[in-house]
Design a protein around this ligand. Structure first.
Ligand code: ADP
Ligand code: MG
Ligand code: MG
Length: 211
């Protein structure tokens, strides 16, 4: 994971979120307060603005990810800002500090760290109908693909597919965390907005890897 690929990933994510912001807002109107698309668009456009120019030589992928995470924490707002921001910060810190010579294995560790950050901060369990229901399966799929001998591209594609499946799986769930949990059973039958955004982030990674 070098800084060029990281920049492409984050810029792709910003484009996807810009394109899908109305859908994200519609999802949040159904089971939340209808601000998720706007929240994410505000955050990722700030991240993209910071990456308008290629970063200075010597900037690591980890540094870019930590900076992006900090930007998300301070701009997205809501429940999702600290969760997504913390996830990117955890990923970036892992890339910069873990003692793992294999670059793709390191990314797998970083995605696990991102997932664990969300779990630690939000205390969601699998099946609680949150973004964790995407980060969990996607990080796991990435790791499994590597164990099966896949390279980084195929692993990222497997993660994106697991992420999409993870979003679909949130539809029949009853929300147990965040604002949607106030609806109780009425949260059933809608996809979780934060999960949908998380899937766009994994889609953006797979696309960046394939470019
Ligand atoms: P808010 O609910 O404050 O308006 P957003 O609409 O931006 O914030 O984000 C809502 C999303 O945040 C949810 O769809 C869910 O995926 C995620 N979320 C909320 N609380 C938690 C939590 N405790 N753990 C994990 N994810 C959560
Ligand atoms: Mg909301
Ligand atoms: Mg809100």
């Amino acid at each position: 994971m070098d800084s060029e690929l990281t920049r492409a990933w984050l810029l792709n994510a910003a484009l996807l979120i810009e394109r899908e912001k109305d859908r994200l807002t519609q999802l949040d109107l159904a089971i939340g307060d209808g601000d998720h698309g706007v929240n994410m668009q505000r955050g990722f456009s700030a991240v993209a603005a910071g990456l308008a120019e290629p970063p200075p030589a010597g900037t690591t992928a980890g540094q870019l990810l930590v900076t992006a995470g900090t930007t998300l924490v301070s701009t997205v707002g809501g429940a999702s800002g600290p969760l997504f921001g913390g996830a990117f910060r955890a990923l970036g810190k892992t890339l910069d500090t873990a003692a793992e010579p294999d670059d793709t294995r390191l990314l797998a560790d970083g995605l696990n760290a991102a997932r664990d950050s969300i779990q630690r901060m939000g205390a969601a369990q699998p099946g609680d109908k949150t973004m964790y229901d995407v980060y969990g399966p996607a990080a796991e799929a990435f790791g499994h693909a590597l164990c099966d001998g896949a390279g980084p591209r195929a692993a990222a594609r497997a993660a994106a597919e697991a992420a999409d499946e993870g979003v679909r799986a949130t539809e029949p769930m009853q929300a147990r965390r965040g604002r949607a949990s106030y609806l109780g059973l009425r949260s059933v039958g809608h996809q979780d907005p934060g999960a949908a955004s998380a899937a766009l982030i994994f889609q953006a990674l797979a696309t960046a890897m394939e470019a």
